[in-house]
Design a protein around this ligand. Structure first.
Ligand code: MF3
Ligand code: CO
Ligand code: CO
Length: 274
């Protein structure tokens, strides 16, 4: 193994620090969940993230990261990732990904969930289900020392089978004392991912972005961050932080109240007039 790769392997103590960071981040996600509904602005969600993080003595990793202005990312409908919280009010029929990253004693926890607001289209529900299932299928496929490309080899055929596409420009990443570390974790197989391996003691994210239409992206020139689908059709994402152990992958950001592996998403039924 190369020296560079060895540095990515955490000691048992460091692994416990990452477990703690993941647990705190997941607690924040559980805290946020009931607040994500119609009528709430994405800015309000950011305020909740900011306040909770400070009140618990931690730091939001995105705030000031490469000049990013907020404490989380809120990506609505055709926004793939890096949506900036603002005064947009969530409305019935929206889907929104909330991506949060907390620094706990210097270690990072990183995860996201996509939420349905009221009754959403079948296309949005299905793309969300696909992102969730692809994330879990990919994590479950991993074994100690496996190639990173196993993730893409799992995600791409599953997404295509369902008639959806996989974003390539944005990828998962190693995670630890820094937000974005090696190895890069693409959700499609490429040359480097066929070389890189996931050894016990390594931490990384699995965070597939799935598009209902074409895989192509367009980033917002005016804010420098917001990434949208080129065709304007919806996109969804889920993310967990994962530790590879001698026994296989361990999800560090599992929630108490969020969707668990195998969850089937249902759009809320329209409220009938009576
Ligand atoms: N949380 C995102 C990820 O999963 C990164 C957001 S960086 C930001 O890697 F600057 F846009 F916040
Ligand atoms: Co994230
Ligand atoms: Co991430």
């Amino acid at each position: 193994m190369l020296k560079k790769q060895k540095k990515l392997i955490l000691t048992p103590e460091q692994q416990d620090s990452m477990r703690r960071a993941g647990r705190v981040n997941a607690q924040l996600m559980d805290y946020l969940r009931p607040h994500v509904h119609a009528g709430v602005t994405t800015g309000k969600i950011d305020q909740l993230v900011s306040d909770w993080t400070r009140d618990h003595g931690h730091v939001a990793a995105t705030l000031g990261y490469q000049n990013y202005p907020k404490s989380c990312c809120t990506s609505v409908n055709e926004v793939i990732c890096h949506g900036i919280p603002d005064d947009y009010e969530l409305k019935d029929g929206d889907i929104i990904n909330v991506d949060i990253t907390t620094i706990v004693d210097g270690w990072h926890g990183d995860q996201s969930e996509t939420f349905m607001i009221g009754e959403v289209s079948e296309e949005k529900r299905a793309v969300m289900q696909c992102a969730f299932d692809c994330m879990h299928l990919a994590i479950d496929a991993l074994t100690p020392g496996c190639r990173v490309s196993l993730i893409g080899e799992t995600v791409v055929p599953e997404a295509h089978r369902r008639g959806f596409t996989v974003v390539r420009e944005y990828v998962g990443h190693g995670l630890g004392r820094q937000f974005h570390l090696d190895p890069s974790i693409p959700h499609f197989p490429n040359r480097q991912s066929r070389i890189d391996r996931l050894y016990p003691g390594m931490c990384f994210t699995v965070e597939p972005m799935i598009n209902a239409g074409s895989r192509y992206t367009r980033s917002d020139k005016s804010d420098g961050w917001t990434v949208r689908t080129k065709d304007g059709r919806p996109s969804a994402q889920f993310e967990h932080s994962v530790l590879m152990t001698e026994d296989g992958p361990e999800i560090l950001t599992g929630t108490q109240h969020g969707p668990q592996k195998g969850h089937v998403f249902h759009s809320a039924a329209a409220v009938s007039e009576s």
